[in-house]
Ligand binder design. Structure first.
Ligand code: MD3
Ligand code: FE
Length: 211
């Protein structure tokens, strides 16, 4: 048997990074309905980086705090700056899936306060970056891909480390922990397409223990 991909759909991408192929498929519609509920309260918006550039990915959040960027910097904020209200509560289906996926990858007891929801349309990309705005890097980040496929890039701990490419499909979950928690990563420009559940879009959920 190939050692690259176990029969249960688990693949180690690098030390500490585990791809759980199709892990979210059984609850895909429930996840998309829950995204719709979040977006009704806190709509997708394209935030501005501290350098003054508008991001191409549209974002929103749910949970006790949400990740935001503006001219003053990056932070986790208990309020949605657009509405002035608290972010929508994290749906139970999100919380449960994130905890179970982390456990599958060897991280028991994962209890994220924050879920950042990214929305990609064709041409949208996310340039190579590290996720460093969380308090404690001992906790993993759990990411869930829904809708159109994308090519995900991940490198090493230095921006100059040559990135690997991995296609991420509807229903895939990746858990990034341990030595992979601070790797540089990004998403190549989304290709045109049509997905039966999301149309011309891709959604990505990232669960973070932010506090
Ligand atoms: C590796 N999102 O929201 S998910 C992000 O597809 C982000 O929307 C991408 O990068 C997306 O910050 C990639 C995979 C991912 C997410 C977080 C990570 C990989 C990670 C954190 C640390 C290391
Ligand atoms: Fe990231």
């Amino acid at each position: 048997m190939s050692d690259l991909f176990a029969l249960d759909g688990r693949k180690t991408l690098r030390d500490g990074a585990v791809l759980l192929r199709g892990r979210a498929l059984a609850v895909d519609r429930a996840l998309l309905d829950a995204i719709e509920g979040v977006v009704a309260q806190s709509p997708f918006r394209r935030m501005v980086t501290p350098g003054g550039f508008q991001m191409s990915v549209a974002m929103t959040n749910c949970g006790r705090v949400g990740w935001v960027t503006d001219r003053t910097g990056y932070r986790y904020d208990p309020r949605d700056p657009e509405t002035g209200a608290a972010w929508p509560a994290m749906p139970d289906i999100f919380r449960t899936l994130a905890r179970e996926a982390a456990s599958d990858a060897g991280f028991d007891g994962f209890a994220p306060e924050a879920c950042l929801i990214n929305c990609y349309e064709p041409g949208t990309r996310l340039s190579l970056h590290q996720d460093k705005d969380e308090q404690n890097y001992a906790h993993p980040v759990v990411s869930v891909s829904l809708g159109l496929p994308a090519t995900f890039q991940f490198g090493g701990l230095k921006r100059s480390d040559r990135p690997m490419k991995v296609p991420l499909q509807h229903g895939d979950i990746v858990v990034w922990g341990g030595p992979s928690r601070l790797v540089y990563h990004g998403v190549l420009a989304l290709k045109d397409g049509e997905h039966p559940l999301t149309g011309g879009r891709r959604f990505n959920l990232t669960f973070r223990k932010a506090l």
